[in-house]
Design a protein around this ligand. Structure first.
Ligand code: NDP
Ligand code: 2IT
Length: 451
């Protein structure tokens, strides 16, 4: 039989094909480009991956489910939204990934998030495939009852596509403890079974300790690992944080605990500058403001006599470390230049793809410590994986047990980045995370033959 010798893969050719197959999906193109940029040179050294067209297969979702969600608002009006679940790849475990409720949600956003999730979940060392879902439903300004009715209607369709060994959703932007409660409650009612079909559940009903904190804590543990690799310490360093939601809150908590000074928090209204460093009391105020009162940060600024910069992002505030923890593309080329000019030495991405492609290139060229989201924010989904294990075993681990495992997982992700990202004395974490995450999934795909 004649052996087909694969020709060398080329990034531009690959991207042209991907863009042609997925038109008008800028965020998905961006997420794939960042991965392909690092993985194609690796594939060219391992032609078995190219012969089997592994990257082409990995960038094509297993399936995309899209559905209508009708619900009634408090005034009795009929509302219609679109729900999605992108089941991207289940080569190394059941589909796993969050649900996002935000008015900006499109298929492109969920495909980028689902694709990132494949590699992120691979890096956690746990058996989880990649998925993402959500809706263009905007929870802002909605009553609890409206959110409940939306969640119930959303789950009335989603329930037939998920299961504890098939697909296990969790939270993301706009989906926190309240929404998981309504969604899980509806699943349980429809299926008449109590299983670990979702993660991020309340502690009284199958949730794991530390899951709420895990993404933010993990992003700080990852930063600590990067600093330690250069014999540097976190204590005494200044940090800017964007976001004031789940990830930002617990990144702030861990930074304060480790002796760093948190100078900013932000939300959709702008950012607050806290020149003396965020205190524990102030953080408690923000957590209550965001998760209970659902208010905005200008209220916090007013309460503590701090300056609020309406409509601005926090990256011009001079800092040693930056933690973008809000949303995608919230840190652009100009912001990256400003951070570098101000001698920022570390960026740890709590959010998914918060830095634009151009910004990541600048960080890479400057050789600063740059932890890309799929490595730095993997702590959340890792503890989701541990929630699944605890549910299967019908036991609950203590805070200390889960936190120790989280620290161990973040350390192993760091080691994986070092293994694949070492470049003449510099650790390229983007390269390390992308190749390290890719290889395990690629080997599974090879083992399965043509699927
Ligand atoms: P939340 O909804 O709890 O918080 C999001 C925060 O970001 C809010 O403060 C919100 O502002 C702000 N924000 C959202 N969109 C924008 C925008 N367009 N411009 C400015 N600010 C914005 O979400 P999470 O904290 O859970 O998620 C934050 C990021 O972390 C996302 O990228 C998510 O994908 C990622 N992530 C989350 C994980 C998790 O376990 N939750 C795990 C890994 C990654 P406001 O308060 O005004 O709404
Ligand atoms: O982006 C993410 O990793 C998450 N939103 C968490 C996913 C999960 O299944 O816990």
């Amino acid at each position: 039989m004649e052996l087909v010798i694969p020709k060398v893969m080329n990034l531009d050719e690959f991207m042209t094909g991907l863009i042609r197959r997925n038109p008008h999906e800028a965020e998905f193109h961006q997420a794939v480009r960042e991965v392909a940029d690092k993985v194609i040179p690796f594939i060219n050294k391992h032609p078995e991956y190219q012969r089997a067209r592994i990257l082409e297969r990995m960038t094509e979702p297993d399936r995309i489910i899209s559905f209508r969600v009708c619900w009634e608002d408090d005034e009795g009006n009929v509302r219609v939204n679109r729900g999605y679940r992108v089941q991207f790849n289940n080569s190394i475990g059941p589909y796993k990934g969050g649900l996002r409720f935000d008015k900006s949600v499109t298929q492109s956003i969920l495909k980028f998030l689902g694709f990132e999730q494949i590699l992120k979940n691979s890096l956690t060392t746990l058996p989880m495939g990649g998925a993402k879902g959500g809706s263009d439903f905007n929870p802002k300004g909605k009553s609890d009852n409206e959110v409940m009715r939306f969640c119930q209607s959303f789950m009335a369709e989603l329930f037939r596509h998920i299961g504890k060994n098939m697909d296990v959703p969790a939270g993301d932007i706009g989906v926190g403890g309240r929404e998981i409660g309504y969604l899980f409650g509806q699943y349980k009612r429809l299926r008449n079974e109590f299983t670990g079909v979702m993660t991020g559940k309340g502690i009284a009903w199958g949730g794991s300790l530390i899951r709420t904190e895990a993404t933010g804590y993990g992003a700080v543990y990852f930063a600590q690992n990067m600093l330690e690799a250069q014999n540097k310490v976190m204590e005494g360093k200044t940090a800017t944080i964007s976001g004031a939601g789940n990830v930002a809150q617990y990144a702030a908590e861990k930074l304060i605990e480790l002796g760093a000074k948190v100078l900013t928090m932000s939300d959709r209204t702008g950012f607050v500058h806290i020149p003396d460093g965020l205190t524990r009391e102030q953080l408690d105020y923000i957590i209550d403001l965001k998760t209970v009162k659902r208010g905005s940060l200008d209220v916090f600024a007013q309460e503590y006599g701090l300056e609020h910069f309406a409509g601005e992002r926090p990256w011009a505030v001079k800092c040693d470390m930056a933690f973008p923890c809000a949303t995608q593309n919230e840190l652009d080329e100009e912001d990256a230049r400003t951070l570098l000019k101000n001698n920022c030495i570390l960026v740890s991405e709590g959010a998914n793809m918060p830095s634009t492609f151009e910004a990541t290139k600048l960080f890479e060229e400057a050789h600063i410590l740059f932890g890309p989201g799929k490595a730095a924010n993997a702590g959340g989904v890792a503890i989701s994986g541990l929630e699944m294990s605890q549910n299967s075993m019908r036991i609950s681990w203590s805070r200390e047990e889960v936190d120790t495992r989280l620290q161990g997982i973040m350390r192993r992700i760091h080691e994986k980045c070092v293994e694949y990202g070492k470049e003449n004395g510099y650790i390229n974490y983007i390269k390390g995370a992308n190749i390290g995450g890719f290889k395990k999934v690629a080997d599974a795909l090879l083992a399965y033959g043509m699927v």
